[in-house]
Design a protein around this ligand. Structure first.
Ligand code: NI
Ligand code: MN
Length: 225
């Protein structure tokens, strides 16, 4: 399976099916990919914030792809004309022999801003995805939580974690998360998109004291699992 970092919190996993998580491309200062370039079967959304829902509706319609999200957010996307598969925290679903998704907790908010209105879209989540026998954990936007130890017990090939601080874990908490999750590899995300979440991924690498390969990717770079 090939995993491409698209900038901010957006990643694209390509294997027997193609899955994009949090496809914020339009207006993302780090993204060089256009929504029309994205060919996927599934779109996973961790929460409703604009830097995560991004171009999800357009990509879903272009590809007849299914949006997988917490129930309230899924219904919001359905109201915009997208095909959806609602789930909720703790729930897992096998979409095919090779593709399985489980929703985890995330400590954050979830809302969509339309004009001067805030539409709350339920609880935010993280995802554990099994694709072609490899397990990936995308935490979504979250603070550190001890239950990451339970997520780690699933046996993670890759953890994708925010390090930008202010809205999410910063470097030291993300390093602690690696200790709890025990993934084989970790990819830092959600940093340097704007000044408010400025962080040095090398500093994150140096902060990790447990055996784990830190993979630092620029937007559009890939790793293979
Ligand atoms: Ni957020
Ligand atoms: Mn965010």
């Amino acid at each position: 399976m090939q995993l491409t970092y698209l900038g901010h919190a957006a990643v694209l996993a390509k294997g027997s099916v193609s899955v994009i998580i949090d496809p914020f491309l339009t207006g993302n200062p780090q993204a060089t990919t256009k929504p029309s370039d994205i060919k996927v079967d599934y779109i996973l959304l961790t929460h409703g914030h604009g830097d995560h829902i991004g171009d999800a509706i357009e990509i879903a319609k272009n590809n007849s792809a299914t949006i997988v999200a917490p129930f309230e957010l899924a219904l919001y996307c359905q109201s915009k004309g997208a095909q959806v598969h609602p789930m909720h925290i703790g729930g897992a679903h096998r979409f095919s022999d090779t593709f399985w998704v489980k929703l985890t907790i995330a400590h954050h908010g979830s809302s969509v801003i339309e004009g001067d209105k805030i539409i709350y879209t339920g609880n935010p989540c993280g995802f554990v995805v099994e694709l072609d026998g490899k397990k990936i954990y995308h935490s979504g936007d979250t603070g550190l939580f001890l239950d990451m130890q339970l997520i780690g017990e699933l046996g993670l090939d890759l953890a994708i974690l925010p390090i930008g601080d202010n809205f999410t874990m910063g470097i030291s908490d993300a390093a602690k998360a690696v200790e709890f999750l025990k993934p084989k590899k970790v990819l830092p995300i959600h940093y340097n998109t704007w000044d408010i979440i400025k962080a040095d991924p090398q500093e994150f690498k140096n902060a990790i004291k447990t055996p784990c390969e830190v993979v630092i990717l620029k937007p559009n770079e890939s790793l293979t699992l």
